[in-house]
Write a protein that binds this ligand. Structure first.
Ligand SMILES: NC(=O)c1ccc[n+]([C@@H]2O[C@H](COP(=O)([O-])OP(=O)(O)OC[C@H]3O[C@@H](n4cnc5c(N)ncnc54)[C@H](OP(=O)(O)O)[C@@H]3O)[C@@H](O)[C@H]2O)c1
Length: 173
């Protein structure tokens, strides 16, 4: 199972229910990495998508505790056990955990690869994922060149960012 996330310099990922910044190059990278794959996320993250609609060209699996919760075009899982049953028929390498904080934190122990966009800025934030640089279980295996935001297409101000990939070295659940 993989994880894909954008973090600030403190591994913050969100503020008041929204993303820290919308950066076109990052959203393009997200689409490239996850297209044709299975994406797993929580209900609050669904609310951050344009029009609150599921992502196209991907199998969407949404975590929500209510058995009555239904979303057009998505599979709903009501618990982690239910999620793992629903994931059984897919290749683990094709599954991407895409947020938010509660879902990342529950599924990180099951992930073996993490695609992390690093924003070189400290934002106001209220949600985080664990800092993989401080974990003995993870190692950074790829770091891109630095890119810079474009004020015409991006929100969050002027800052640089890079794409990284981490792999798990330790035991996976
Ligand atoms: N930087 C990034 O790359 C990135 C990506 C995605 C999201 N985000 C940010 O993350 C924040 C949202 O995170 P969040 O933690 O508030 O919300 P979330 O994880 O997107 O969704 C939480 C919802 O999912 C349900 N859920 C979670 N685990 C469940 C489980 N095991 N079984 C059943 N239901 C489950 C929760 O149910 P309960 O109510 O029962 O707990 C809750 O309704 C936003 O600020 C968003 O912008 C950032």
């Amino acid at each position: 199972m993989n994880l894909i996330v954008a973090v600030d310099t403190d591994w913050g990922i969100g503020y008041k229910g929204d993303l820290l910044a919308r950066v076109r190059e990052d959203l393009r990278n997200f689409a490239k990495v996850t297209s044709g794959k299975i994406v797993v996320y929580g209900t609050n993250t669904l609310a951050t998508f344009p029009g609150g609609k599921v992502l196209k060209n991907r199998i969407n699996i949404i975590l929500n505790p209510s058995p009555d919760f239904k979303v057009e075009g998505a599979i709903v899982a009501n618990s982690l056990d239910d999620l793992f049953k629903k994931l059984e028929s897919y290749n683990k390498e094709d599954i991407f955990v895409i947020g938010g904080a509660s879902v990342y934190n529950q599924l990180l122990p099951y992930c073996t690869k993490a695609y992390v966009t690093k924003f070189d800025k400290s934002f106001d934030k209220d949600t985080y994922i664990p800092n993989l640089d401080e974990s003995d279980d993870w190692i950074c295996v790829y770091e891109s060149e630095e890119f810079r935001t474009n004020p015409e297409t991006d929100t969050g101000g002027d800052f640089s960012f890079k794409f990284t990939i981490y792999e798990k070295t330790g035991k996976t659940k």
